[in-house]
Design a protein around this ligand. Structure first.
Ligand SMILES: Cc1cc2nc3c(=O)[nH]c(=O)nc-3n(C[C@H](O)[C@H](O)[C@H](O)COP(=O)(O)O)c2cc1C
Length: 400
């Protein structure tokens, strides 16, 4: 998939810079044409000579010394690139690009390119979790920059946690999947639920929630792109359904229940992002309820628990739930995963900036039935959709 692809690898000044030599070597072995840009600080960690030997080309390091073959390096490399991959990307680099600073060859080229830019962060856990860094990542993700990693584990500084650069082999796989436009859901039927439900009190009033439907629509769109037949059972939203999905509009939780149960037996995967009302008013008034003096009490009754019922009924389907919580996020999600017999659950802390309902980004954790947990740093909902589908594809692969 990477044969003849034109890839600029940007290297920043972090401990993981030594891994970039392996990355460049692997990309070349896949047939890619690779050019390397190093920051001044990257050269403290690994020499341009090493990267020149491995890439087969002079390494670009300085904006003001133009080798003959590139008249204005940042423009020509920016135009030449089909992909840029920045690995390792330092907190400094991420901060500069997020702020529109272009004060060296790498940041200037990133700013000038129209190519797909993949940022592979690597840094100490405390740096990575620093709210400023998280804000910068979120803002870049919103602008369409792709983030790959970081992984969790023991770091060079001795700390444990998120911040390790993803391994070069994984980066190459990711680049291949980007280049391929994966079709790993061909011949699969994926049912996605999305949006809120509405529970009417009378002809003009209803109870609902703040779900925008964006996460579910992103998953539906990504699954369709990857070759799936997609059935999108959606509550009322203000967004356009993605192309090539079968939209099944519903309003109430009971309608959603009926539609989901109807399609479920013929599905391979069910991903339930919808924020379904747990309760509905016990009585629906056919007439508009009139204002009276004093308090007004609404008696509520339980709606069916769609996810729990699917968990009880599933026969080989991969079942993915979402848990939007404001406290003990991971514990609640793990409990829901177990009680409802899910295969995967995405846990969002809705109190965190850039997570949850209305925005274009999300963050949280992906938990599996074996006790595994993967942190999902701030990223676009589209990117998160692909990460979730990657995990689902692995589970489907095991079953087939
Ligand atoms: C030994 C050492 C290791 C470092 N490792 C990292 C790292 O892994 N990630 C990071 O963001 N910064 C790291 N830094 C700090 C960066 O080198 C520093 O922020 C620098 O300004 C980055 O410059 P650049 O982004 O232009 O390459 C490290 C510094 C030193 C001295």
């Amino acid at each position: 998939m990477l044969q003849d692809k034109r890839i600029v690898v940007g290297i920043c000044g972090g401990i993981a810079a030594y891994k970039s030599a392996d990355l460049v070597s692997r990309l070349r072995k896949k047939g890619a044409q690779v050019r390397v840009i190093m920051t001044a600080n990257a050269q403290e960690f690994i020499t341009p000579l090493t990267l020149r030997s491995i890439s087969g080309y002079k390494v670009a390091t300085d904006m003001f010394s133009c080798p003959q073959e590139w008249e204005i390096q940042h423009i020509s490399l920016a135009q030449w690139a089909e992909y840029m991959v920045i690995a390792p990307a330092t907190a400094n680099f991420i901060g500069k690009v997020a702020s529109g600073i272009a004060d060296d060859l790498l940041t200037t080229t990133v700013m000038a390119t129209k190519s797909t830019v993949v940022i592979v962060p690597a840094m100490n856990t405390n740096m990575y979790n620093n709210p400023i860094v998280q804000r910068n990542i979120q803002s870049l993700a919103r602008d369409g920059y792709l983030f790959f990693g970081p992984a969790s584990g023991s770091l060079a500084c001795g700390d444990e946690g998120a911040g390790r650069m993803e391994e070069p082999s994984a980066i190459v796989e990711y680049m291949e999947s980007l280049a391929a436009g994966k079709k790993d859901f061909e011949n699969r039927t994926v049912l996605v639920t999305a949006g809120p439900t509405r529970e009417a009190l009378d002809p003009v009033r209803f109870l609902t929630n703040a779900s925008s439907g964006k996460m579910g629509y992103s998953i539906a769109g990504a699954a369709a792109k990857r070759g799936a037949r997609v059935i999108l059972v959606s509550g009322p939203t203000n967004i356009e359904p993605p192309p090539s999905v079968e939209l099944v509009p519903v309003v109430t939780a009971r309608e959603m229940y009926e539609k989901v149960m109807h399609y479920f037996p013929n599905c391979d995967v069910v991903i339930k992002t919808a924020a379904v009302s747990d309760y509905r008013p016990a009585v629906y008034s056919g007439e508009k309820i009139k204002k009276t003096e004093g308090r007004f009490t609404i008696e509520m009754v339980r709606n069916p628990d769609i996810l729990a019922e699917l968990g009880g009924k599933k026969k080989g389907q991969v079942l993915v739930g979402f848990a939007a919580e404001s406290t003990n996020v991971i514990d609640y999600a793990r409990d829901k995963l177990r009680k409802k017999n899910l295969d995967l659950i995405v846990a969002n802390d809705i109190t965190r900036e850039g997570a949850g309902f209305a925005g274009d980004t999300n963050q949280g954790y992906l938990l599996d039935a074996k006790g595994g947990i993967q942190q999902l740093p701030a990223m676009t909902k589209a990117r998160m959709a692909d990460i979730i589908l990657d995990r689902v594809a692995l589970l489907l692969g095991k079953d087939s």
